[in-house]
Design a protein around this ligand. Structure first.
Ligand code: ADP
Ligand code: MG
Length: 241
């Protein structure tokens, strides 16, 4: 579903931020991406739907080459849902309108069709009763669940998450992780940047450890947590566990 081959990216001339990355995510797989702050996790995940351009190599998503100038970026972004740390909901739109905006404007769905799908997704994230609320009147955990529903409204093949719980108060982290877990169980292909190692252990099929733009480990969670191969991964785990 996702393939990186020999991907390199620089910021400016000197900052080599992604170093010769090769990785594959199969359909239905859940991959947790972790690593120290500044290691390139956000950059990596943002290249998948071309929020960041790469300098060298190839990225493929479900048969579409993401880094090809001929690729229709909007088509690519329909396939790839993205959930950010700071929910990025439109404050002036209701919950329902936030979710239906892209299906109506981009996919040309009717309002009725988009509303029906949005309500189904709101049920799924436990927020049907908030359909007419505005983001400012929701808790952080609720806003993030709306953001997930919004991502799903385009029927993506892949969902990407960049530290979806880092901006939340501790008591709200669980409700968001629960929604992500049930999404994983439904068979969605997911790539998740997170420091929630409980989630990684319980839900991920694989853990990728990134350090200074290099993939140092790409293994199953059990192996990563019990016997990391590199000193840098060991040090990282000591710091966060
Ligand atoms: P992470 O998400 O792992 O914390 P990032 O991908 O955000 O790491 O950043 C990796 C490195 O690239 C950091 O050193 C960061 O300062 C730098 N960086 C990120 N975005 C930009 C940008 N737009 N321009 C220049 N440097 C950037
Ligand atoms: Mg980041």
């Amino acid at each position: 579903m996702i393939r990186f081959s020999q991907v390199n990216k620089w910021y400016g001339r000197d900052h080599h931020v992604l170093k010769n990355l090769n990785l594959e995510v199969k359909q239905g797989e859940v991959v947790v991406l972790c690593g120290p702050s500044g290691s390139g996790k956000s950059t990596l995940i943002r290249t998948i739907n071309q929020l960041e351009a790469i300098n060298d190599g190839e990225i493929w998503v479900d048969g579409i080459q993401a880094n090809n100038p001929k690729t229709n970026i909007n088509k690519l972004r329909e396939e790839v849902g993205f959930v950010f740390q700071h929910f990025n909901l439109y404050p002036h739109l209701s919950v329902l309108e936030n979710i239906t905006l892209a299906p109506i404007q981009v996919k040309k769905q009717s309002v009725e069709q988009a509303n029906a799908k949005a309500l189904e997704l709101l049920e799924r994230v436990g927020l049907a009763h908030k359909k007419d609320a505005y983001p400012g009147n929701l808790s952080g955990g609720q806003q993030q669940r709306v953001a997930i529903a919004r991502g799903l409204a385009m029927n993506p093949r892949v969902m990407l998450f960049d530290e979806p719980t880092s901006a939340l108060d501790p008591e709200m982290i669980g409700e968001v992780l629960e929604v992500m877990k049930s999404l994983a169980e439904s068979g969605m292909t997911m790539m998740v940047v997170t420091h929630e190692m409980g989630f990684a252990r319980e839900v991920a099929d694989r853990v990728i450890f990134l350090d200074q733009g290099e993939i140092l480990e790409d293994t199953d969670p059990e192996a990563f947590f019990t016997s990391p191969k590199t000193d840098r991964a060991k040090q990282f785990l000591r710091q966060i566990l």
